[in-house]
Design a protein around this ligand. Structure first.
Ligand code: SPV
Ligand code: MG
Length: 431
């Protein structure tokens, strides 16, 4: 009996998958490969079923002889173990990011004469409907909210990029790159107070009220599924923070980061150039405890952000605060710095990790921008937030274009800098 291998990553078996499996049955014993969460999240949608549930789902498909675990997007290990005579896949991987996975399979099969069979991908209304439903499910609060904690378990470092609108949210949601043969994507979005304020032409001083911040969150949530971390500024007065925790949690936000400052907050990148006051450890701990007390799920995270290094208060102060905030219930510590060299951040991480191996550490490397994610992870960082790059990219281009139209009295000169209007009208898919 010949063996046929089919790799699946789906949470629902629709007629397209059944087509592939029925075809596979014609060639021999059908082995299904179940892609692990770890392998999936680098290039695919986050699963809504656990690995155990997916395993049971695939096992229950009629005509499937065996289910095995595939722990990498590439097939090297699994093919060397199974040596299937045939490998069957939909033809949807011929273009787009998954093309490199196909190339990997073609070369592996060629080494021993295995055969690749590609089935035309089923693109009818009912398949599209199943697909849309899955996306809807992923965007629901109960699925989205817990995803940050799930990602912390499976990603070497969780990568978060700033989004301040539906469109920038879509960019974070959909961008996938192929770097040296590995596919990669962002894990979630940061809703920055700096960018949310700047987008409204206002300074970053907690002037934008929570209703407006929630409007931004809603716009982004409407069109995306990835988890959201909100920059909660100082969290405001404790009694207000408690209500906001409830609202954010109910909406499906995964985490709020609050900074240990009080009074008129200014952006941390000003450092000591402007007057900023750090909150007392006691008061800030009370805020964290109060927020933790009112949250209803185990999913939501309250992350404490420490401004000691920004304000020149020294390492020991930063560490004292970190341990106190963890004791108060903080689910993560963001250590901020505006030095171009990451050494003070790494010192903090090492000192912190001597006493605390578990609490996630978060950094925003806006100024120490030469450090690579691998180095951050090696030094104990769990989440990296690219906090303002999309906003900083858009502004100079828009300003330049505005100037050039005024200078040239027409737009011909700048057309090559613009997306064609035919492309922009098709940029957003209709449902
Ligand atoms: C933000 O993005 O608004 C932040 C990070 O709070 S920073 O601008 O570095 O203070
Ligand atoms: Mg901010």
């Amino acid at each position: 009996m010949k063996t046929v291998y089919v790799c699946l990553s789906t949470d629902t078996i629709h007629e397209g998958h059944m087509n592939v499996i029925n075809e596979a049955k014609k060639y021999g014993t059908v082995i299904i490969g179940m892609l692990t969460d770890r392998a999936l999240v680098s290039f695919n949608r986050f699963p809504t079923l656990t690995e155990k549930e997916r395993y049971a789902l695939y096992k229950g498909i009629q005509g499937v002889d065996r289910v095995v675990i595939q722990d990498d997007m590439y097939y090297d290990k699994i093919i060397s173990e199974i040596h299937p005579d045939y490998l069957i896949h939909g033809d949807n991987w011929c273009d787009g990011p998954e093309k490199i996975i196909r190339e990997n399979v073609v070369s592996l099969l060629a080494q021993y004469g295995g055969q690749l069979i590609e089935i035309p991908y089923t693109r009818n209304e009912s398949v599209k409907k199943v697909d849309r439903k899955l996306i809807e499910k992923l965007s629901m609060p109960e699925y989205r909210r817990k995803r940050l904690r799930q990602l912390l378990e499976i990603r070497p470092i969780v990568k978060i990029l700033e989004a301040h609108s539906g469109l920038t949210g879509l960019i974070v949601e959909k961008t996938i790159v192929n770097k040296g043969g590995r596919l990669d994507q962002y894990d979630g979005m940061w809703i920055s107070s700096l960018c949310d304020s700047t987008d409204r032409g206002k300074p970053d001083i907690e002037l934008i009220d929570m209703s407006s911040r929630i409007r931004t969150i809603d716009d982004i949530m409407d069109v995306t599924t990835k988890p959201i971390i909100l920059d909660g500024d100082t969290g405001g007065v404790t009694e207000h923070f408690m209500y906001n925790v409830r609202t954010l949690e109910r909406k499906g936000v995964s985490a709020v980061i609050i900074e240990d400052k009080i009074g008129l907050k200014k952006n941390s990148l000003f450092g000591t150039e402007v007057e900023q006051t750090q909150d007392s450890i006691e008061n800030f701990c009370k805020k964290i405890e109060s927020g933790k007390r009112v949250q209803l799920t185990d999913d939501f995270m309250i992350i404490a952000r420490i401004e000691s290094l920004i304000l020149g208060k020294g390492m020991q102060d930063a560490l004292n605060r970190a341990f106190a905030f963890c004791d108060a219930g903080a689910d993560g510590i963001m250590i901020h710095s505006r030095k171009s060299d990451p050494s003070e951040v790494f010192d903090f991480c090492h000192n912190f990790r001597q006493n605390n191996r578990k609490t996630p550490l978060i950094v925003v490397p806006t100024t120490f921008n030469s450090v690579k994610e691998e180095d951050l992870a090696r030094n104990g960082v769990n989440i990296v937030i690219y906090a303002n790059q999309l906003m900083r990219a858009a502004f100079p281009t828009m300003k330049y274009i505005a100037e050039q139209i005024l200078i040239n009295h027409r737009t011909e000169e700048i057309e090559d800098r613009l997306m064609h209007f035919k492309d922009i009208i098709r940029l957003i898919d209709e449902i």
